[in-house]
Design a protein around this ligand. Sequence first.
Ligand code: MRU
Length: 355
Amino acid sequence: MNNPRPAVSWVGDAPSGALQLIDQTLLPVEYREIRCATAEVVWEAIKSLRVRGAPAIGVAAAYGVVVGCQPVAQSTRADFNAKLDSVVQYLAGSRPTAVNLFWGLDRMRRVADASPSLGSAEMLDRLLEEAKAIELEDREMCASIARHGLPLLSECKGVLTHCNTGGLATAGDGTALAVIFAAARQNPELQVYADETRPLLQGARLTAWELMQRGVSATLICDSMAGWVMHEGRVQAVIVGADRIAANGDSANKIGTYSLSILAKAHNIPFYVAAPSSTFDLTIESGKEIPIEERASAEITHAFGKQTAPDQCMTYNPAFDVAPATHITALITEKGVIQPVTKERIHAVLTGNGQ
Ligand code: MRU
């Protein structure tokens, strides 16, 4: 069984509909869908990881623009534009690392800029159309990523992944996890090792859940076990997603990805990053320019309501790190596989001049 409904979707028409999400903070214990009918509720859902994963954040933000502009659907176009600007700016402040957020918001703004003479009600309809297009394209990108990535895992008996990059993190089947799903369909014996992904346990709570829902053999490990699992020869590839990929291929992803990339290199195991073109930020040269979100210390000291560190203990809680391009065997995109990972190859594949 797959997720009963997509992780992010729209219910209703433009003037009165709303964004619908699976509340991922409750999984795997409880499956609950929530309705987000204001920009504030969408902002909170993104900030608190009720919706998470770079592509899903981009789709949610696009729908967030629609709900944010609903109150001005009967106002002048000037008022509509002013509201749109403030909603876009507001949603952009929810999380800093996943570039899909800014990419989705930019697309929505550009649609409004392109039709300055449209009335506000028609503009709202047009914005909903664009958000739905973003959702649909994301679903298609997932399917293409799975197709392009499949041959890379065809010889693997075991594969390791980190965080959650599946149906919950996208509008479709996922990025890295979609490749794994495809590989498991081809080879039902495939063993998938899922890092639990401290501190918020996206691997344990979400990836293990998604794999089990689909009948894929999933083995949960603590993050610190990955090196030993490689040493024992249990995995022949590592595949992860990304939140932002710089022009040179440096890839930001969930904290722990950098260490995994070094471990994979040390064990001579291919390290793949699967992501749609919407996750590339070609305006930045390298990973040094990627803003890394720092989250509340309570995520480390009081994980899931239980105190696990002394009172007043100092913490450092970066939510992401950057795997350097030199550690990445290939980038898997909906437009094809980028290998070797160089600025030139990235440019060639993303612009369609590569293969
Ligand atoms: O903090 P999260 O859960 O939003 O982090 C998610 C990740 O790091 C994913 O690996 C990434 O967004 C790719 S999702 C297809």
